[in-house]
Design a protein around this ligand. Structure first.
Ligand SMILES: Cc1ncc(COP(=O)(O)O)c(C=O)c1O
Length: 301
């Protein structure tokens, strides 16, 4: 595979950083996670909401006093990684901006920024139809401590601790609460519940990432499927009493949850609202919904 590093395409093995890099030592950086889907013709690949991902990365970098490549160049780099690697399959892309200074001490400076894009084949991020989740004993890092809105590399220690605890206790994934005890998000997914036919999700002011899939699903529910939506804080015990619950994200797509802390969600099956959204989302990302084609960037032709 070829990886893009600061204007050059290099074989993966040569896309390396120093052990002294601040990106490694202090986790100084931010990233994006983007998906490309193989179209129904078996040739074309559609990158989903590329501009939104590049824009969010730009804003994340700005927040962290790092510098992403100019928008058009960053966008082109993502597409070129797919073209140079002859990608005709479902793919995950990881554009990153890291501090690549090798000096001691955690300091953020625009001029130390490195811009990287690599890709890998990815079909499913969570390889189950429906999952068992727990509420983590770890709290979500406050946006005022390590900006959760920015997808910061260092912030994923919080996610990793929650996931490890979940796995050790026999769950598939964790939901983290804010310091105030309200639902924030999963380790790499947003949370939606359904109550009395209404779709509810906590806004990003609940210390979660400004999520592109979350925004997508809110729009699809409201505009395409006529499902009422509401963004508001969610209490922990609402997870236990919801009719339906699912996690979503670029990786996770729409992942139904069948239990929370060993309490069955609804009757334990995948509910009707989740089923409709999951199926519509798959149609949209694969280019089967003409009105949503503007969210897709074709890689080929
Ligand atoms: C912490 C976290 N929350 C939520 C998400 C989902 O966000 P998006 O839909 O933008 O991919 C991600 C990543 O993809 C994430 O890392």
């Amino acid at each position: 595979m070829l990886t893009y590093v600061d204007g050059r395409f290099v074989p993966d093995g040569e896309a390396t950083i120093s052990v002294r890099s601040r990106g490694l030592n202090y986790g100084l950086g931010c990233f994006a996670g983007v998906r490309g889907y193989l179209a129904d013709d078996g040739q074309q690949v559609f990158v989903f909401r590329l501009d939104d991902h590049v824009r969010r990365l730009e804003l994340s970098a700005k927040m962290l006093f790092l510098r992403s490549e100019p928008f058009a160049q960053a966008r082109q780099a993502v597409l070129e990684v797919l073209r140079k690697n002859e990608v005709h399959y479902d793919v995950y892309l990881r554009p990153m901006v890291i501090s690549n200074s090798t000096e001691l001490s955690p300091v953020l400076r625009e001029q130390d920024s490195s811009f990287i894009v690599y890709c890998l084949p990815l079909k499913r991020y969570i390889d189950k139809e429906s999952i068992d989740v727990c509420v983590s004993s770890w709290r979500r890092t406050s946006d005022n401590a390590i900006p959760s809105r920015a997808k910061p590399t260092g912030g994923y220690l919080n996610s990793a601790l929650a996931r490890r605890e979940a796995f050790d206790n026999g769950f598939d994934e964790a939901i983290l609460l804010t310091e105030a005890g309200l639902v924030s998000e999963g380790s790499a997914e947003h949370v939606f519940i359904v109550r009395d036919g209404q779709l509810i999700s906590p806004p990003s002011t609940e210390h979660n990432l400004d999520g592109i899939t979350r925004r997508t699903l809110l729009a699809l529910a409201r505009e395409d499927l006529g499902i009422p939506v509401l963004e508001r804080p969610i209490g922990r015990t609402e997870l236990y009493t919801s009719d339906e619950l699912f996690l979503c994200g670029t990786g996770a797509e729409v992942t139904p949850v069948r239990s929370v802390d060993r309490r069955k969600v609804g009757d334990g099956g995948v509910g009707p609202v989740t089923t409709r959204l999951k199926s519509h989302y798959q149609d949209v990302v694969h280019g089967r919904v003409p009105e949503r084609l503007r969210w897709l960037t074709p890689v080929w032709g």
